[in-house]
Write a protein that binds this ligand. Structure first.
Ligand code: ADP
Ligand code: ZN
Ligand code: ZN
Length: 738
């Protein structure tokens, strides 16, 4: 009879420990492996636990130990390398190990009901016959243009999965139409490791690299099979993506897998189709647009080496990839790589940890690298590569400041700006107005008594959404009808104050009535497929005036936009958040990168009340790299990241005194090498009915910070306020205002 052993499990509960379980007699014959999922009783429930270790002894009395209740037959175990990564993340982020697993795995893998292996439906062209050749010849007309395009796309691939087809901008109706015409058919994609074949890599349509590009690709190919981090600092259009593609070719030709991480809304149909055109290998997508089944299928295929390339957002960094040979983080500066709740990891930083553990190269690319990454490049921890010229010959837009300190503004626009807009439109070119605030106005107030409509749950002004006739709180999402009268004095003279994109749209549509105006923000693109539709209309020049938020700063290129105006960036110049200037500069440079082409270079006008402000002057006159170096010097003097290390303890409760007292008690700990700031109320002190407070830990070394956070956690056992608050720890926080 085999010797009874014990299992140490990671259980999805908010406790920073593993749990020991016994093995029931019925399962003694089963040979357990690390990474296997088992069903275990926990409290009154049954949960999925992950076997982290199999041990001979247990410190608890046998009657105190519960036994697991079941195993999951034919489980695809979580690979060792992933367990190692997640364990490192749990200790780096001081986050409960069970919850780290819980969040890193697809939802369906966290359920007690064992998921069946999800088949992936893929589509392929049927062999050409005389019949379908005739059908095909009729397709090529205006009405079925999309079907024709879809057929062309499929004919260039062995198969494409539905998530890929959808991401490329096609719908189910177009697929069914082609299926009914017997041009294409669906197949269950074979769950076998993909076979390398001679035409897996389409190298004939590779560009001849520029010298700058060639240097990077050669450096990366030399580091295949060993850890090295390459920061590509290249202006928009300088050919970073081409460098990624050719570096991927090198790695794929060694039959290794590639992981590409993109920001939240970075995966445009254009980007995906570039990958699809170049690589005739199974590409799997991982982003918020997938349903649970698709996500599971992606995970399983990645795990079984059926996927060659995974392209995904933040959490794709946890994809199981047994033959991973290269990681690429595009737009590495983007804040969406950081998860802002519960397990607050940074996708880019985890990617670097992963590359180190696996001994493989990693590429970070951006037109505006984060100060952290630039610092690492300066310290020669990363290989630093600059791409300074636009590859396709187009020129970078020039940024100028537009002084509005002595101007009267209409709907936030100055007279010189209106003139510039009008001249651009008259030349038949497009205009982009950028304002990072959706809605009609950020507040409404009473003209008589100055009452402001506030969300009582957040004590913040409501944003007016005139189109919907609603006041919406942008902090907690609560809504109410726009009041007809002032709540305080009953006056009907209630007016919007300030501007949001909706108002700018209304004003420009009136002022330039002969042109078509389109607004692209979260409100106008809520429906699935709407964003791609609007973007396509812009590229087709159906609209001349575009108004947009942050969404437009990412990924898209508008060759016929020759004037970009940025409104309301001044807040960043005086923010308490030391990262605000960095973010502002990144935004300006990114937005500038969206516009223009070789024959029509773009112009960017930044409206400001403070044209003499040294930060703006530096950015405009000396460029982003210089700006970043200055910024790094300032951070060095203040021991701010990346020269110091921070952790933020957040706490909230229904009463303000609870979180404050909770943090105050933590602050009494005798920290040897950490400095404290706070407790202080968060910038938005009350949100969704909760009062929020912060305590910031700062240290000069990473080790001292970890020591400090460990002390914080240890002190909690004696913290009488702990049960009265909700608290969290954020290592390397990037958002200090909430
Ligand atoms: P980035 O990713 O830096 O924005 P891309 O790789 O998308 O730049 O390149 C911008 C444009 O230049 C694309 O249309 C691309 O096809 C083209 N391009 C990139 N590299 C080359 C090259 N070596 N020769 C010619 N065109 C190139
Ligand atoms: Zn009033
Ligand atoms: Zn609110």
């Amino acid at each position: 009879m085999p010797q009874a052993k014990f299992l140490q499990l990671a259980i999805p509960v908010p406790l920073r420990q593993l749990f020991t379980y016994a093995i029931p007699d019925a399962l003694l014959e089963h040979s357990f492996t690390v990474g296997e999922r088992v069903v275990a009783p926990f409290g009154h429930r049954h949960v999925i636990g992950i076997v982290m270790a199999i041990v001979d002894e247990c410190e608890f009395a046998p009657n105190k130990i519960k036994a697991i209740t079941n195993i999951i037959e034919h489980d695809q175990c979580i690979p060792q390398a992933l367990i190692k990564l997640l364990t490192t993340c749990a200790s780096y982020y001081h986050h409960p190990i069970g919850d780290v697993f819980h969040q890193a795995l697809p939802v369906l893998l966290r359920q007690v009901e064992p998921p069946s292996i999800a088949p992936i439906i893929a589509w392929q062209c049927l062999p050409k016959t005389e019949d379908n050749a005739e059908v095909l010849s009729k397709l090529d007309n205006k009405r079925s243009k999309k079907q024709w395009q879809l057929y062309q796309l499929l004919s260039h691939h062995q198969q494409l999965t539905w998530p890929e087809i959808r991401t490329l901008g096609f719908n189910k109706a177009q697929l069914s139409a082609l299926e009914n015409k017997q041009l294409i058919a669906s197949v269950e994609q074979l769950a076998t490791p993909f076979q390398w074949h001679d035409d897996a890599l389409n190298q004939e349509n590779e560009f001849t690299l520029s010298t700058e590009q060639a240097v990077v690709v050669s450096a990366i190919s030399q580091s295949i099979g060993q850890y090295s981090c390459h920061l590509i600092d290249g202006i928009t259009g300088s050919g970073k993506t081409e460098v990624y593609l050719q570096s991927m070719t090198k790695v794929l030709s060694h039959h290794q897998q590639v992981l590409v991480l993109v920001p939240e809304i970075g995966l445009t149909p254009q980007t995906l189709s570039r990958f699809e055109q170049r690589f005739n290998v199974p590409i799997f997508l991982h982003h918020s647009g997938l349903n649970d089944k698709e996500r599971l299928a992606t995970w399983q295929n990645a795990n079984q080496n059926n996927a060659a390339i995974i392209i995904g957002t933040r959490s794709a960094v946890f994809s199981p990839l047994p033959k991973l040979g290269l990681i690429i983080v595009d737009e590495e500066h983007d804040a969406s790589f950081k998860q802002q709740d519960s397990f607050r990891y940074h996708g880019r930083d985890v990617a670097i940890i992963r590359a180190k553990q696996l001994n493989i190269p990693i590429i970070l690319g951006s037109a505006t690298p984060s100060f952290e990454s630039l610092h690492n490049a300066i310290k020669q921890r990363y290989h630093y590569h600059q791409l300074t010229k636009r590859a396709a010959g187009s020129r970078q837009a020039k940024v100028s400041l537009l002084d509005v300190s002595n101007q009267t503004l209409q709907a936030g626009l100055s007279l010189p700006l209106k003139k510039a807009i009008s001249q651009t439109l008259e030349r038949g070119e497009q205009v982009l107005i950028f304002l990072n605030r959706r809605g009609y106005s950020p507040a409404i107030n009473c003209q008589e008594c100055h009452w402001v409509a506030e969300c009582t749950r957040c004590q913040c002004p409501y944003t007016l959404h005139r189109g919907q006739g609603l006041l919406i709180c942008h902090h907690c999402g609560s809504q109410k009808r726009v009041p007809a009268q002032c709540d305080s004095c009953g006056s009907v003279r209630i007016k919007p104050i300030g501007q949001g994109t909706e108002q700018i749209e209304e004003y420009l549509a009136q002022t330039f009535a002969q042109y078509s105006t389109v607004r692209i923000d979260r409100d106008s693109t809520r429906r699935k497929g709407e964003l791609n539709k609007l973007l396509q209309q812009v590229l087709n020049k159906e609209h001349q005036i575009l108004i947009g938020t942050q969404m437009l700063a990412k990924g898209h290129h508008f060759p016929d936009v020759t004037l970009v105006a940025m409104l309301d960036i001044d807040g960043a110049l005086f923010s308490f958040d030391y990262r605000a200037p960095e973010n502002m500069a990144q935004l300006i440079v990114q937005v500038a990168g969206r516009a223009g082409r070789a024959s029509k270079p773009g112009k960017v006008l930044v409206q400001t009340q403070y044209p003499q402000h040294p930060l703006l002057q530096d950015l405009v006159n000396n460029g982003y790299q210089h700006f970043a170096k200055q910024g790094l010097n300032e951070r060095q003097m203040a021991f701010l990241p990346p020269f110091g290390y921070q952790a933020l303890v957040r706490a909230d409760a229904n009463y303000p005194s609870y979180p404050e007292k909770f943090l105050r008690q933590i602050a009494t700990v005798n920290f040897s090498d950490c400095e404290l700031a706070g407790p202080m109320p968060a910038a938005i002190e009350k949100r969704a009915g909760k009062y929020r407070f912060h305590l910031l830990l700062q240290a000069k070394t990473r080790q001292a910070l970890h020591q400090g956070v460990t002390q914080v956690l240890q002190s909690l056992t004696n913290n009488e306020w702990q049960s009265k608050v909700r608290w969290s720890i954020d290592i390397d926080p990037i958002e200090l205002s909430w």
